[in-house]
Structures are given as structure tokens and as C-alpha cells.
Design a protein around this ligand. Structure first.
Ligand SMILES: C[S@@+](CC[C@H](N)C(=O)[O-])C[C@H]1O[C@@H](n2cnc3c(N)ncnc32)[C@H](O)[C@@H]1O
Length: 349
């Protein structure tokens, strides 16, 4: 009798939006072990085989398809694997935020989507910047293995390797055409059956990592206290459709404010908010909590457990600025935002 999907999710899926970043992997697995990552694991067969072959290592599968997580859960449950966890999200975002520099021993990228049309090439996962990021997450002697059966993508990957600085081929050649003893993925088996040549890239870290470790803690909820006079109707009308766009550490950030809703009894207000940072989008509410006689506390509502990212801090800043412009009688009495966010108020539309 299979266990309900909800309890499988609880055991095998990483609740990464509710954890400190980077994730403390030894605490999550309950032991110190080498960490391997597979990006885009599809049906999960390759990852599950590897996890059962190497019980002393821990494995993270990063996927953006929920259907794929269903499939791998079946294998995890069937084989009783305790050394795999699944991370549902975008690979580049996850590697960047959830893994500390030099923390991974092996990364696999098996048959990632080749996006054959020229106008879609920018969607290809393998780019020089992505390879540099992978290199910075690999520990000394750590290795990345990339496989493809798409000729055009192979050329693209080789060009990307030429333009990155962190990795060097393990072999004398850029690629090899087979790896002994490897258990094939679904797409790999399909290519083998059809006689389509496969290119395997095995590259290891070859340069020092100059990246300071980040530490983003979930309990750091940003807030601002405003003090002064305001008119509630003006305040409720101030937000609808306002957008802020900018960039943080090379990632594009968008904050969009929607409708404002007011609690009839206490006067508190919730503002519908969307924050997008690269591929990571959060839908949340910014709360304006009325503290009589003259204060408003601005902070993300705990509804939906928003992650206090830079973008969410920026959203609190944007709401504060929008409020101060709409209600000139308000001024900032205190703020936890400090210099961390973008103070320029009028890149808004
Ligand atoms: C072509 S399939 C290959 C599946 C499997 N690796 C195999 O070889 O059979 C590519 C997989 O990568 C996943 N994927 C594509 N882009 C991704 C990204 N940016 N982050 C995480 N997963 C991604 C897709 O959902 C899909 O399951």
C-alpha cells in the first residue's frame, strides 16, 4: 500500500523556502557526507541508482517538474532510500542560493533540454555563467558531468566551456563518447537504442573560489515603523498596479503591488504583492499594522511564509516610499532595512 503523497512530500521534498540559506545539508541528512547533485533528473532512475550504489553519500535532485518528483518518490519509497532529497525549483537559482561555495563533490546535468530553435538558445541551461557557478559550488577536486545527444547543443556546450574560468577537462579531450559502468538515464537509453552518438563532458574544478559565504536567515523579517498623520482612503488607493523594477547582484528584480484590503475592525491593511527575483517568484502580502494613535508598522504578513529575500525587503521599502508620497504627513520612525535596499523611490510606474 503506497503511502499518501503528502507524507512522501514531507519526507523527501526539501522545504527550502522555509530554511536558512545556504541550507545546512549535514543537519538535513543527519550526517556529514559527500554531497552529489543531479540537475533535471526526469524520471529519477539515474539518481536513485546512484544513491543505492553509494549509500555513504548524500544526493540532491533538482527538478522544476512536479510530475518528476512523483516518479522519483516511487523509487525512493520502493528502494527505501534515505540518502536522497528532492529540491523543486530552478537549478541556477537553487545552486546559487542554497549551496555554499565549495560544498558539492559531483554535479550531473544529463540531457538538459537542447532548445533547438535559435530564438530559444538563451533558454539553454548550459551557459558560461552557469558553468562558473557550478565551478564555485564544487569542492576541490569536485567534478561536473554533462551529457547530451544533440549535436548543436554539444557545440554550444563546448563554446560555453571555452568561455568559463573555473573548470578543466578531466580528459585530454573536451568530451568523451562513453563512460564505463554508467547506468543510463531515460533519454540516454533512448539515444543508445536509436544509435544516436552521445557526448559526455567530465570537467573538474581547476581554480580557487573567491566568493564569500552568504548567510540568509529566515527569521530576519524586514519591517519599518511610520509615524504621523494619514488618510485611510488615500492610503488604500495608493498601491494598485505600482511596479518597481531593478537589479540586485546581476539578477533582475520586479516588485508589483496589487489591491489593498482593510480589516474592518482593527484597521490593518494587506497589500497584494508579487516579488520576482530571476526565476524565483513569491506571492505575498505586505501588512500595514495600525498602532494607535499614529503609527503604522510595515512588514510582510506571515501568510504563506514569504522568504525574506532582498526582493521582499525591497517590496517593504517600495510600499514605505509609496505611502510616504501618498500621505506626506507620514515619516519613517525606525527601519530594519538600513542601506541594504535600493533607496531610489521613483523607478516606479
Ligand atoms: C530532457 S529532460 C532529461 C531528463 C533526464 N535527465 C534524462 O536524461 O532522462 C530535462 C529535465 O530537466 C528539467 N529541467 C529543465 N530545466 C531545468 C531547470 N532550470 N531547473 C531544474 N530542472 C530543469 C526538466 O523538467 C526535465 O525533467
Amino acid at each position: 500500500m503506497p503511502r499518501p503523497f503528502s507524507s512522501q512530500l514531507h519526507d523527501h521534498l526539501i522545504p527550502w523556502t522555509k530554511l536558512n540559506w545556504p541550507v545546512d545539508w549535514p543537519a538535513l541528512f543527519g550526517r556529514q557526507a559527500q554531497l552529489e547533485v543531479e540537475i533535471g533528473f526526469g524520471n529519477g532512475g539515474f539518481l536513485a541508482d546512484r544513491a543505492s550504489r553509494y549509500p555513504n553519500r548524500d544526493f540532491i535532485g533538482i527538478e522544476r517538474s512536479l510530475a518528476s518528483t512523483h516518479r522519483i518518490f516511487k523509487r525512493i519509497e520502493r528502494d527505501g532510500l534515505t540518502n536522497i532529497r528532492v529540491l523543486l525549483g530552478d537549478a541556477a537559482f537553487a545552486l546559487n542560493h542554497l549551496f555554499a561555495p565549495e560544498s558539492v563533490t559531483q554535479v550531473f546535468v544529463n540531457f538538459s533540454d537542447p532548445w533547438p530553435k535559435e530564438r530559444h538558445h538563451s533558454r539553454r541551461l548550459i551557459q558560461p555563467s552557469f558553468l562558473d557557478l557550478v565551478g564555485r559550488r564544487l569542492c576541490e577536486d569536485g567534478q561536473v558531468t554533462i551529457a547530451t545527444d544533440h549535436e548543436g547543443y554539444a557545440l554550444w556546450i563546448e563554446d560555453a566551456f571555452e568561455h568559463q574560468r573555473m573548470l578543466a577537462s578531466v580528459h585530454e579531450t573536451v568530451a568523451i563518447d562513453q563512460i564505463e559502468g554508467r547506468s543510463p538515464t531515460k533519454y540516454e537509453q533512448r539515444a543508445l537504442d536509436a544509435g544516436v552518438p552521445i557526448r559526455y563532458y567530465e570537467w573538474k574544478r581547476c581554480a580557487p573560489v573567491h566568493e564569500s559565504a552568504r548567510d540568509e536567515r529566515i527569521e530576519e523579517v524586514p519591517n519599518v515603523i511610520l509615524d504621523g498623520t494619514f488618510d485611510v482612503d488615500t492610503l488604500l488607493d495608493a498601491f494598485d498596479g505600482s511596479t518597481w523594477q531593478g537589479e540586485h547582484e546581476g539578477v533582475s528584480v520586479v516588485v508589483k503591488l496589487g489591491c489593498a484590503f482593510q480589516d474592518r475592525d482593527r484597521g490593518h491593511v494587506l497589500i497584494e504583492t508579487m516579488v520576482r527575483e530571476g526565476a524565483f517568484a513569491q506571492h505575498l502580502a505586505i501588512a500595514l499594522i495600525y498602532r494607535p494613535p499614529s503609527q503604522l508598522l510595515v512588514k510582510p504578513s506571515p501568510i504563506g511564509h514569504p522568504r525574506p529575500t532582498w526582493g521582499v525587503k525591497q517590496a517593504v521599502q517600495f510600499v514605505t516610499q509609496t505611502l510616504c508620497v501618498a500621505c506626506p504627513g507620514l515619516r519613517v520612525a525606525s527601519s530594519t532595512l538600513g542601506e541594504s535596499v535600493d533607496a531610489e523611490p521613483f523607478r516606479a510606474s
